[in-house]
Design a protein around this ligand. Structure first.
Ligand SMILES: [Fe+2]
Length: 182
């Protein structure tokens, strides 16, 4: 399976959105592989990570986010589970869709969805597999927003930012940061 072949079914090469998506996805793939290569004792699936990290944000075009050129209908927070729907409909192994669904924030719990009234299906969307955790963590080190895309983001900054959204996000990320030596 070639992730770019799938991306190009939904995004037109040469457009701003394609460049933002593919540029970001490549950076997240590299970061995920860097993390995974330091975790050989946990035996992460590098071939899966290479493809799943490229596809993790495929749902963004269905959402609204002016700063990155998305003009879809759904709130931006929906891009994870919508990406899962796209990949599932495409007949990919369900593991790929789960990476999409579980990568926003540091994962989102059903509790969090209900208590904050988030516009998401009411189920746990928290990374479970090692590969899901690695890709979710790697994603936090790079912003798709062209204004911030060149900035280096530190682990401390990520924890602070997640803590402003929800303390549990910061807690989950901190555990991964320790586990993965980030
Ligand atoms: Fe991402």
């Amino acid at each position: 399976m070639d992730p770019l072949f799938i991306i190009e079914k939904f995004y037109t090469p040469g457009t701003k959105l394609y460049q933002i998506l593919v540029g970001h996805s490549r950076i997240v793939t590299e970061k995920s592989l860097e993390i995974a290569r330091n975790l050989t004792h946990l035996n992460p699936d590098l071939e899966f990570i290479k493809k799943a990290a490229m596809l993790h944000d495929i749902g963004i075009y269905l959402t609204r986010s002016e700063s990155i050129g998305c003009s879809g209908e759904a709130p931006y927070i929906c891009h994870g589970y919508l990406g899962r729907m796209l990949l599932d409909e495409h007949g990919l192994h369900p593991a790929y869709g789960l990476v999409c669904e579980r990568h926003t924030g540091a994962g989102i719990t059903k509790n969090n969805i209900m208590s904050s009234n988030l516009p998401l299906p009411q189920r746990d969307m928290v990374p479970i597999s090692l590969e899901e955790k690695i890709i979710c963590a790697a994603d936090k080190y790079h912003s798709k927003n062209p204004k911030h895309a060149d900035k280096t983001i530190s682990t401390i900054q990520i924890i602070e930012k997640l803590g402003n959204i929800n303390k549990n996000h910061a807690k989950r990320f901190s555990i991964w940061a320790e586990e993965f030596n980030l």
